[in-house]
Design a protein around this ligand. Sequence first.
Ligand SMILES: [Zn+2]
Length: 289
Amino acid sequence: MPATLGIIGGSGLYDLPGITDVEELTVTTPYGGASGPILSGQMGDCAIAFLPRHGKGHRLNPSDVPYRANIHALKQIGVTHLLSVSAVGSLQADLPPGTMVLPDQIVDRTVARDRTFFEGGIVAHVSLADPFCPDFQQHVLASIDQADAQVHNGGAYVCIEGPQFSTRAESQLYRSWPAQIIGMTAMPEARLAREAGICYCVVATVTDYDVWHESEEDVSVASVLAVLAANVDRSKSLIASLAASPLPACTSGCAQAAAHAVSTSQDSRSDENTALLSFLTSRNAQSES
Ligand SMILES: [Zn+2]
């Protein structure tokens, strides 16, 4: 199985033209089904797999997205590098709608999501100090046509549970933190991708100023949709550009993140848990070429 570039499409990104030899895969996992069928095929130099996070017709709210099934399914079909394409609100005046942000940190405010593969008799504590793969993120950054969009590299993504937008007091609180953008989906995706040994990063396109801005309209579905179309076109260009070159080697240890993180002694692990650990720490060697 070749090393594979995975794309999880967020709001507005429900299809990915340009995939050849395309197959629609329905992958079963111990955590149930993924958000929907995965489109698998070839694009440019890469084997590619595309999964719309919210399902066909945008049926799954951010709390209902089956994050574990999605990451497990993508891992099963060989995904080594996973780009999350997301719509977010801006917490800063200098990041207006249309800006592409590649955050390097996350503040997790979610409260109702399954966030680990390690449960039921096996305990592991992977490092999340840097939740995104810096090697992959650099590769994504280099693939963005900076003439086409304002790009901001770095910053923190505040991930809220939703599905409601923030209150004004919450939005002001988040602005007082060292945080740049706000969304509802980067967690637990980043946690699970790290546990699964997948190089993961986010490209977030700003659709609004949340509710803190005194002279700009408060965020609403209508205001988000108005800027989403242009952002989605930019995201599709970015993905085509990303797929045009080979996936980068990872020097950050993503693939083996879980291997050294298990606290449970060998003789206390069930066969099922040993198999899970073996699955999560396996990775196609071609991705490191
Ligand atoms: Zn990595």
